[in-house]
Design a protein around this ligand. Structure first.
Ligand code: IPE
Ligand code: IPE
Ligand code: MG
Length: 251
């Protein structure tokens, strides 16, 4: 019974979505795994493992509606400050999930990329991620970015460090340096800025996520904890987004 109700809810939201006004890029802050696990009387990693199901659900929904870019926040540069067990568990879960899902994602024409810094990740880990993602790089469908070891300030700092020598060598003219020059050296170079950012679990902050790119992003907050956030909730956020009036400083 429950299953059928859910299915019809999903159909309802799908019908409400205007396919001509789809966001180009949705960014998601998957938050609340720890609190979800606590409510079940389980450890934090149990919450993270259940969160993977929600990722599968929103990736599926993104393919179904024809979204072009989806970027999820999997691990921040600040998350290294968590207990060692949790950090280890998260790194392993992220890699294992990628290995398990890459073929299915590739079959669905998804391009998978990791965005973030290499700092603090072992060369073996980086190599494994690269090898898996590469399998999807000839695809032409949904661009699925996983922000892993990602921090927005560090991203900007790393861009500045790449630009400095180009200014010194005269390749970029100091007088004419512009926003496009910076964008070109961000991890998201060539991608559209997110139109919609979703954060679960009731927290209302960006936590260093896509801070350059989200200058004009519409923010959507929900109290749902990440492991409970499924297709229906994702589609509902898009319907909400489509009702908004974006002005970009105009009138
Ligand atoms: C989000 O859930 C997942 C990551 C940050 C990796 P949390 O682990 O932050 O869960 P809460 O916020 O403690 O409930
Ligand atoms: C943001 O969530 C990072 C990810 C979702 C990967 P956090 O749970 O780490 O953020 P804060 O600490 O509540 O700001
Ligand atoms: Mg959190």
């Amino acid at each position: 019974m429950f299953f059928f109700r859910k299915k019809s809810e999903i159909e309802k939201y799908k019908k409400l979505i205007n396919s001509k006004k789809l966001p180009n890029h949705i960014a998601v802050i998957m938050d609340g795994n720890g609190r979800w696990a606590k409510k079940q009387g389980a450890g934090r990693l149990y919450g993270h493992r259940n969160g993977v199901e929600s990722v599968r659900a929103i990736v599926e929904a993104s393919v179904e509606i024809g979204l072009k870019y989806l970027t999820i926040y999997a691990f921040s540069t600040e998350n290294w400050s968590r207990p060692e067990d949790e950090v280890k568990g998260l790194l392993k879960l992220i890699l294992d999930s990628l290995v398990n899902e890459i073929d299915q994602m590739s079959k669905n024409n998804i391009v998978v990329r990791f965005i973030g810094t290499n700092k603090n990740l072992s060369p073996e880990y980086q190599e494994k991620i690269h090898r898996e993602c590469e399998k999807s790089w000839n695809n032409t469908g949904l661009n699925f970015n996983i922000a892993m070891n990602y921090g927005g300030r560090l991203e900007i700092l790393e861009a500045v460090k790449k630009i400095m020598p180009l200014i010194k060598s005269g390749e970029i003219n100091e007088e004419n340096i512009c926003e496009k020059d910076i964008e070109q050296y961000l991890y998201t170079a060539g991608m559209p800025d997110p139109d919609l950012m979703i954060r679960t679990s009731g927290e209302m902050r960006l936590s260093n996520y896509l801070i350059w790119q989200s200058a004009y992003t519409e923010l959507y907050f929900t109290n749902i904890l990440w492991p409970d956030f499924k297709k229906e909730a994702f589609l509902k956020a898009i319907v909400d987004f489509q009702k908004r009036n974006r002005r970009f400083g105009g009138i």
